[in-house]
Write a protein that binds this ligand. Structure first.
Ligand code: NAP
Ligand code: MG
Length: 489
């Protein structure tokens, strides 16, 4: 079937042939066990769960369901590897292993990208061009720091923490694993990592890569499972640090569970980020930035620009151009290189998004969805715009985690700062304007961890990332990311 792209503004109607990424080079196992102490071990319960391709609802593989006993085995292996090998290894030697992992990831980049797309539903364009190269770069970047920690923290004594328990979500499965594992290893810690239930595959391929790299047994352990597997990691008495990325609700549960213990904690949680367009902004670029910020990757981005604030004098123009751009977005098979919007990660997530769309309509906002054909199999959601949204409405306050954008207008700088900061979250923000002084003004007043100017969703291993308020605390990436894994004296 031909892929159709339409540009109503210019009256152009193109037909693209499908351009499917091949899956033939990907050799997945039918069943994956747990990766503990350098070996593939069966879960002690004997239970497995299925991981599904959300683009067509087909089962991809069976995955071991790790329980408390398995987590305990993994923590014991990580402790032993920490004491006997990793914490006493010369840092330059540690760096070589991390570099090797990065290089092996690059060698298997196509395989990782296809696996990520199959398991998560995200477009191949994104997993190939963003997730996988960035994940490799985080390993390269932190490998470079391993033997330079005394320069990262001058005049301080730097010690590793011990065993890090790491729990990650489904929206950037491999990238989140890289964000967590690379700095932990560089600073001399060992790891027990749990990927999300719906997207375990790339973490398991990473485990194969780690095995191939010759990393000493037990330094990295991957324990797949559900929420209770994560809770077993959080509550294990011999873990020194928990690094969690996921929802604010689970983040709160974890924070309560750790209160009064000596475990260190970093939380990277939800967001409801404001994208702000001033009347002097380059409007076409800004529209592209909005689309990139909320519709690509199906809005499955913690820092998605899900609240749009447009200066009143250009609001009509921006909305018209945005609708026209939305009309040309192609939704469908994530493996097709033409696809802009892939599949929603799971049936549950699709239901959540539909619930919010219904609320938005009930709240009286005006909705726009382009007329795009939705595949009958799989989980898909059309890009959705809500205009005339009240600041207090549920769809402007709560994280939807789907391709749903709310639009509000503003007149003055002070007004938009107040509106943008009127959120329980504070992960990211975008500012579109021609004036550098305005960018500096806003970036010091917006309560958000990352502020992009005239761009959106740009990541780099050298740059720290993290939130304010209910978006969490602690930073990942850059020099700051090392801080979360060391004891300084
Ligand atoms: P989630 O439900 O909180 O799950 C995150 C991880 O925690 C999963 O591995 C999950 O396992 C596990 N988990 C669930 N219950 C747990 C418990 N009681 N104790 C310990 N672990 C538990 O979040 P999600 O729905 O996967 O991810 C979406 C959320 O992540 C969004 O809110 C998004 O904003 C946020 N996010 C934030 C960032 C950031 O850097 N700030 C980045 C990406 C995503 P199961 O999968 O098995 O349930
Ligand atoms: Mg899956």
């Amino acid at each position: 079937m031909a892929t159709k792209k339409k540009n109503t503004e210019q009256g152009i109607d193109w037909n693209y042939s499908p351009s499917l990424e091949s899956t033939s080079h990907l050799k997945l196992k039918k069943k994956y066990d747990l990766f503990i102490d350098g070996e593939w071990v069966k879960p002690s319960s004997g239970k497995y769960f299925k991981t599904v391709n959300p683009a067509n609802e087909e089962v991809i593989a069976e995955i071991a369901y790790g329980n408390q006993e398995d987590v305990d085995k993994a923590v014991k292996a990580a402790r032993k590897a920490y004491t006997d090998v990793w914490s006493i290894m010369p840092p330059a030697e540690r760096a070589k292993y991390i570099f090797r992992i990065a290089r092996l990831m690059q060698e298997r980049a196509r395989e990782l990208a296809v696996a990520e797309t199959l398991d998560a539903g995200k477009t191949i364009r994104e997993s190939r061009d963003i997730d996988v190269p960035l994940a490799c770069n985080y390993f390269f970047y932190y490998a470079g720091w391993a033997d330079k920690l005394e320069y990262a923290f001058p005049n301080r004594k730097v010690e590793s923490l011990g065993v890090a328990g790491q729990i990650i979500p489904w929206n950037f499965p491999l990238l989140m694993a890289a964000w967590k594992i690379a700095p932990a290893l560089a600073t001399g810690n060992t790891v027990v990592l749990k990927p999300a239930e719906t997207t375990p595959l790339t973490a398991l391929i990473l485990a194969e890569i780690i095995e191939e790299s010759g990393l000493p047994a037990g330094v990295v352990n991957i324990v797949t499972g559900h929420g209770d597997t994560g809770a077993a990691i959080v509550n294990h008495p011999d873990i020194d640090k928990i690094a969690f990325t996921g929802s604010t609700n689970v983040g709160k549960i974890i924070q309560k569970a750790l209160a009064g213990t000596s475990k260190k904690l970093t939380l990277e949680l939800g967001g409801k980020s404001a994208n702000i367009i001033f009347d002097d902004a380059p409007i076409d670029q800004a529209v592209e930035g909005i689309v990139n910020g909320i519709f690509f990757n199906q809005g499955h981005v913690c820092c998605a620009g899900s609240r749009l604030y447009v200066q009143e004098s250009v609001a009509e123009l921006v909305i018209q151009k945005l609708k026209s751009r939305m009309d040309s977005l192609y939704l469908g098979n994530p493996l097709d290189k033409n696809t802009d919007i892939g599949a929603i990660n799971s049936k549950e997530q699709l239901e959540t998004i539909h619930k919010y769309i219904k609320i938005g309509k009930q709240e009286g906002a005006e909705m726009y969805q382009p007329k795009c054909s939705i595949p009958t199999k799989g989980f898909y959601c059309a890009p959705t715009l809500f205009i005339n949204v009240a600041q207090s409405s549920v769809i402007a306050q709560e994280e939807i985690f789907g391709p749903v954008l709310t639009i509000q207008t503003f007149r003055t700088v002070d007004e938009v700062i107040q509106k943008a900061n009127n959120s329980p979250f504070g992960l990211a923000a975008g500012v579109w304007t021609d004036k550098g002084s305005r960018i500096f003004n806003l970036s010091s007043k917006l309560r958000a961890g990352v502020i992009w100017a005239n761009t959106y969703n740009k990541f780099d291993p050298t740059s720290p990332f993290g939130g304010y308020k209910e978006s969490g605390f602690g930073r990942e990436g850059g020099l700051h990311g090392l801080n979360s894994y060391v004891k300084l004296s």
